[in-house]
Write a protein that binds this ligand. Structure first.
Ligand SMILES: [Zn+2]
Length: 346
């Protein structure tokens, strides 16, 4: 593949498209000279109420006349992701379609992920609405939003919460009113809608904003976006700060992205398979574990939900159900992220 130069990458990836892919919240101008609120309102005493930020030079440069920030695409990447300038240039060129890390099969990504135009990190009202809908701590949702994992936006005309990460390899939406998406085209009624261009082999959450996966000692692999939010809920509750929760979206996923497998190397890994009657959750977890190279690290294990009950007396099936656990079973959850004394090898 032809290696892109930085100048070519800057021509190829205009700032409005870059800003959308970085999930900037607030208005993103689509032409030079249109002034909007600064992308970095924290740098302003009153959140840049009188807009002072714009693009110029054919959408290749930005400048804020309030706080003085200015630069080109890689500078925006560095500011938003909080990474070093050199790394930001590499990431920017990659986002513009330049060379991907070697040994990554080209076929793994053929279509660009299509994200809603109004993708944003969530207002306080949205965070609280979702927290009450799903019985989750608003602090947990704010953390997931701050890490770039939880987003909000409009999908198929519905207001949705969206799970994605900085890799922009996959995104899944669920409706804010808790209802399923209606039948459309070849798609049947479904609780969760996977956005076009998604690569299901990528465990969503593995590429958080501003902190590399290598900085976490432990990884918690859950199934589905509802369990991912529940994982954030419990890692706040049990202060498991060295644990990075990720979700595999879809039990039928038979492969894991090679870059994900590399990120798992040397980490302690625990899975949280659904305890469904047909045993499908555990079977899927076993398949995923078989793909993870062992290479000296400790064998992954699994948390076992069997035998736990909800406050209404029905059986707990997954991590999401645990947010309504019966108080007599509450102590069992203290072991959720205690990787040392486990549970079940898988
Ligand atoms: Zn500014």
């Amino acid at each position: 593949m032809h290696a892109l130069t930085l100048e070519e990458a800057i021509d190829r990836l205009p700032l409005n498209r870059l800003a959308r892919r970085l999930a900037i919240s607030g208005e993103i101008p689509d032409r030079d000279g249109k002034t909007v609120r600064c992308f970095f309102p924290d740098r302003h005493a009153h959140g840049d109420r009188n807009p002072s930020f714009n693009f110029h030079d054919r959408l290749t440069r930005f400048k804020c006349h309030g706080c003085g920030l200015h630069g080109r695409g890689p500078d925006l990447v560095a500011l938003v992701l909080g990474i070093e300038p050199k790394e930001a240039v590499r990431r920017f060129v990659e986002m513009a379609g330049g060379p991907r890390p070697e040994s990554l099969p080209l076929a793994t990504k053929t279509r660009e992920l299509v994200l809603p135009a109004d993708l944003h990190s969530g207002t306080e009202a949205e965070i609280f609405t979702l927290a009450s809908l799903r019985h989750l701590s608003p602090h947990a949702l704010a953390l997931a939003s701050g890490m770039g994992i939880l987003r909000f936006g409009t999908v198929h005309g519905f207001r949705c919460w969206i799970i994605t990460d900085e890799s922009r390899r996959i995104a899944e939406a669920r409706r804010m009113d808790g209802k399923p998406f209606p039948v459309s085209g070849s798609l049947g009624e479904r609780k969760a809608h996977t956005l076009a261009g998604s690569d299901k082999s990528w465990p969503v959450g593995l590429h958080p904003r501003s902190r590399r996966p290598e900085r976490f000692r432990r990884i918690a692999i859950v199934e589905g976006s509802a369990d991912l939010l529940a994982a954030f809920h419990f890692l706040i509750k049990y202060e498991a700060w060295d644990t990075l929760p990720v979700a595999i979206l879809g039990r039928s996923c038979k492969t894991l992205h090679p870059e994900a497998l590399r990120s798992f190397r040397g980490r302690r890994i625990r899975l949280f398979p659904h305890a469904d009657e047909d045993g499908g959750g555990l079977a899927a977890a076993k398949q995923w574990v078989a793909l993870i190279p062992r290479g000296g690290s400790v064998r992954p294990d699994a948390f076992n939900f069997a035998g736990l009950t909800r406050s209404d007396g029905t059986a707990i099936n997954d991590l999401n159900d645990c947010t309504n656990i019966h108080e007599t079973d509450q102590p069992a959850l203290a072991g959720l992220f205690h990787y040392g004394k486990s549970n079940n090898p898988v």
